[in-house]
Design a protein around this ligand. Structure first.
Ligand SMILES: Cc1cc2nc3c(=O)[nH]c(=O)nc-3n(C[C@H](O)[C@H](O)[C@H](O)COP(=O)(O)OP(=O)(O)OC[C@H]3O[C@@H](n4cnc5c(N)ncnc54)[C@H](O)[C@@H]3O)c2cc1C
Ligand code: FES
Length: 280
């Protein structure tokens, strides 16, 4: 059993939990994830290691309530326990080495939590960092202060213009690429699938290498079930053991979108059943 030591609501339907998980905390690296099961009969859900404290033995997760399992997880509070918390899984990110050029990090929505430990590592290794954080509106922004702390240049965009620049992260990125694409080592983009897809379409025009973190449907997380299968550069990859980070210019985005939407009716039904049961 894994105890929740702290819970914080970062934004509407976006929650942070600090979990007592010393073995995961000891080995976890930026870019890796865990798979948790709230109860023994619950669904497994993959969540990124948003932060870790090796001395305290804690792992921080940040999750958005998008369906039954995440909505149920959000009902837990500090002092409650989670049945299984398995990790670290996936390949640690390879970013962080000192680059001669600037590194651009682009986060969208809850992708901010995923990109944070990577940005910190990139900055701590002496790189010049440019960060763009995007969200639908001001109320959904979180951890902007954390991102800014590790950024030489920091930009915020909101779709509705309620904070920062009105528009998408790609609007800001386009200006940066137009001004200095020759001075960019690579772009790391983490967020919703459409955001990562459009970032890649843009950076391809400027021939700037781009990495993305794929949130494919995962079940076992160990390369056994094939659920997270995705085509990257005409090769079949399993996001759980070959990723979750890949060269975004090689990802088959159409396949990614199709595979991630194949259970929508079942996911909707499951959420409706859960809400009815809870009297919501
Ligand atoms: C490596 C990895 C890291 C992730 N990190 C985070 C994170 O840090 N924070 C966060 O909020 N979300 C993260 N996700 C997405 C998160 O796992 C899903 O939002 C969650 O499983 C949804 O479950 P649900 O029952 O609440 O929603 P459902 O109603 O089941 O599904 C809603 C959406 O979540 C996706 N989803 C459902 N089940 C899974 C699954 N087993 N694996 C992957 N996606 C699924 C579906 O494509 C669907 O679009 C990550 C996914 C992966 C693969
Ligand atoms: S989640 Fe089963 S093979 Fe990747």
């Amino acid at each position: 059993m894994y105890k929740i030591l702290r819970k914080e609501v970062l934004a509407p339907r976006i929650n942070l939990m600090e979990i007592d998980a010393p073995f995961v905390a000891r080995k976890g690296q930026p870019g890796q994830f865990i798979i948790l099961r709230m109860r023994e009969y619950s669904e497994r859900i993959p969540l990124t290691i948003a932060d870790f404290d090796r001395e305290k033995g804690t792992v921080t997760i940040v999750f958005q309530e998008v369906g039954k399992s995440t909505e149920e997880l959000a009902t837990l509070n500090a002092g409650d326990v989670i049945a299984d918390f398995v990790g670290p899984l996936g390949i640690p990110s390879d970013h962080g080495r000192k680059e001669d050029k600037k590194v651009v990090c682009v986060s969208g929505g809850v992708g901010t939590a995923v990109i944070f430990p990577e940005l910190r590592k990139i900055k701590e290794n002496g790189n010049y960092t440019i960060t763009i954080q995007g969200s639908r509106s001001k109320e959904l922004l979180f951890w902007s202060d954390r991102l800014e702390k590790y950024s030489d240049e920091f930009y915020i965009t909101t779709d509705d213009g309620s904070f920062g620049r009105k528009g998408f992260v790609t609007d800001q990125l386009k200006d940066i690429l137009a001004e200095k694409s020759d001075d960019i080592a690579y772009v790391l983009a983490i967020g919703p699938i459409p955001m990562m897809k459009f970032v890649c379409a843009l950076t391809e025009q400027y021939s700037v290498k781009t990495y993305v973190s794929l949130n494919t449907i995962m079940v076992d997380g160990t390369g056994m079930c094939g659920s997270c299968r995705i085509t990257v550069g005409n090769e079949t990859k399993f996001a759980c053991v070959d990723g979750p980070e890949f060269d975004g210019h090689l990802v088959d985005w159409k396949e990614m979108e199709d595979r991630n939407s194949r259970f929508i009716p079942q996911e909707r039904e499951s959420l409706e059943r859960y809400r009815k049961l809870m009297g919501k």
